[in-house]
Design a protein around this ligand. Structure first.
Ligand SMILES: [Zn+2]
Length: 544
């Protein structure tokens, strides 16, 4: 049998350091170049020399691409999809060590001379020599490297199962990579007659609290959505404040009620979502003047477990209704005390109703034209475009003002969970038992990965109302899209098993060496063997 290139902990460590050295911050040239470097690395394997067609790059956008690598056993149909992202967050926070952020061995040495600048937990880990520091080590190039090692081993040992490695860009910003990849997953499934059994992500373990050294496997991934509002007041001059109503005033009523709103918190299987917070609130009036600001935009972050976009919009609309009533009441009271005639009541309008109103008034072409001209501005991100589209329509439909226009701004990560799936339960049991037996490592199951992941875009479960509401209330739908119908066809359970690390997105990002190069690769290998063994009627418990 041929020798493995990546078959030892040392070889995996060398491979990780090489892969980390290929800088790939989201939306940089490095992100564009990265997947072809992985492709070249995999081309060195005998299997892909023999089967070059099983290795391919596919377009995403902005010159970016994702990579698929298929190991196909001639008799197997069952397929495990390995998912990873290869983009990383930025590195400014490394300061004078920034140039070494991508050189884990060197950085881990250099940090020894900066010991006193580090938090205590990081100091201890650095001194212990058990961690490798660097950008992307933990989040999540090790996940990719582990998948590369497993594909190699499977192809050399001819495991009787198919493995499809998928690695994508843009997870840290909009998940454009994964949203593009789902269509390809469906295509590959048909072309190669694959049956997807499991979507296995390799995101790292995130500590649940500071100093937490527990090892977790995740049988789901938390969802995230951004209900947002455009507040459209009535302009006036500062000398006559009551003959108008300012947008910041209206906004204050909703923001008060959205931030930390308990009705937007979910508890499922003993796990609870973080409360909503305001991500942004800003006036759309661009310069200072004595005309009062009459357009404001606010963006709220909401986490999900079982709810979909439809349910969130209904709750959001109720909260906005309360806010509007309170705002109107306060405004009428002041008008009464000042003996002024009020200009009217603030109303709550869903974006979809604003759009219908605008179509009735001006026709569909007009509305499409507004969107097209705003979408041309590449300097604006999806959030900015969302508000500008709603704002431009409101300028033409001032009969609806004053108003709160409710909409969704991208990105949206649907929640996904497979805790009830029997294959996932067997996998979790396998990892728990063998981690303890082989490594003395206690493992706990978490139902929703709390770091947001690309698993959100597979195994979509929804009768249809959730996604229709999302589409209808997302002004940039079309330029931003989620292939809900394709996602719904990718029905297989999800699981995340990745290496232990700490401080993702911080300058002390670090990876636990033994977890990454020994424990987790062995556990995932054993778990895969258990999966295919149970299907060929052999004993499930294999000692790897
Ligand atoms: Zn990640």
């Amino acid at each position: 049998m041929e020798e493995l290139k990546w078959g030892t902990p040392g070889a995996l460590r060398t491979l990780l350091c090489e892969v980390v050295s290929w800088k790939s911050m989201t939306l940089t040239v490095g992100e564009r170049e990265f997947p072809s470097k992985v492709q070249a690395k995999l081309q060195e394997l005998a299997y892909f020399k023999k089967n070059p067609d099983y290795l391919a790059l596919h377009d995403v956008d902005l010159g970016r691409s994702f990579l698929t690598a298929l190991y196909k056993h001639p008799e197997a149909i069952d397929t495990i999809v390995f998912i990873s992202h290869f983009d990383t967050v930025n590195t400014e926070e490394y300061g004078d060590l920034e140039e070494f952020a991508y050189q884990p061995e060197k950085l881990s040495k250099l940090l020894l001379s900066k010991m006193d600048e580090l938090p205590e937990d990081a100091q201890n880990d650095l001194k212990s020599g058990e961690y490798l520091f660097g950008r992307g080590t933990m989040d999540m190039k090790m996940g990719l490297v582990m998948h590369m090692g497993l594909i190699e081993k499977a192809s050399v040992e001819q495991w009787p199962i198919n493995l499809l490695l998928l690695t994508v860009p843009d997870e840290e910003v909009n998940s454009a990579g994964m949203r593009a990849a789902v269509t390809k997953l469906l295509e590959l499934k048909e072309v190669h007659q694959l049956t997807y059994k499991l979507f296995l992500n390799g995101e790292p373990v995130f500590s649940q609290e500071p100093g937490d050294r527990n090892y977790y496997v995740y049988s789901g991934s938390i969802g995230k959505i951004m209900p947002s509002a455009l507040f459209y007041g009535k302009e006036t001059h500062v000398g006559e404040p009551l003959s108008g109503i300012t947008a910041p005033y209206i906004a204050s009523f909703l923001t008060q009620r959205m931030e930390w709103n308990l009705s937007l918190q979910e508890t499922v299987m003993g796990e609870t979502t973080p409360l909503p917070v305001t991500l942004q609130q800003k006036d759309l009036k661009l310069e200072y003047s004595t005309q009062t600001p009459y357009r404001t935009a606010a963006l709220y972050n909401v986490f999900l477990m079982e709810r979909n976009a439809e349910e969130i919009m209904n709750i959001f609309e109720n909260v906005a209704g309360d806010a509007a009533r309170a705002c109107n009441h306060a405004y009428w009271e002041v008008c009464k005390s000042q003996a002024v005639e009020p200009i009217g009541d603030v109303r709550v309008v869903r974006y979809e109703d604003l759009q219908i109103h605008a179509i009735h008034k001006f026709g569909r072409d007009f509305v499409e034209g507004v969107k097209a001209s705003i979408n041309q501005h590449t300097e604006w991100d999806d959030r900015e475009k969302s508000f500008r589209i709603a704002d431009t329509l409101m300028i033409q439909c001032q009969e609806l003002a004053p108003a709160m226009v409710l909409l969704f701004a991208p990105p949206y990560y649907p929640a996904v969970n497979s805790s009830e799936d029997s294959l996932v339960q067997q996998c979790v049991d396998y990892v728990k038992k063998h981690a303890l037996d082989q490594f003395g490592l206690p493992v706990q199951q978490v139902h929703y990965f709390n770091g947001i992941s690309d698993l959100s875009y597979v195994n979509y479960q929804d009768a249809g109302e959730g996604w229709t509401t999302f589409k209808a209330n997302t002004p940039v739908w079309g330029s931003y899209s989620i292939p809900f119908d394709v996602m719904a066809e990718l029905q297989a359970p999800v699981l995340n098993v990745g290496p232990f690390g700490k401080d993702a997105h911080k300058r002390t990002e670090r990876l636990h060496i033994k977890s990454a190069f020994e424990e987790v690769p062995a556990l995932v290998e054993g778990m895969i063997k258990a999966i295919y063994s149970s299907h060929s009627g052999r004993v499930v418990q294999i000692n790897s």
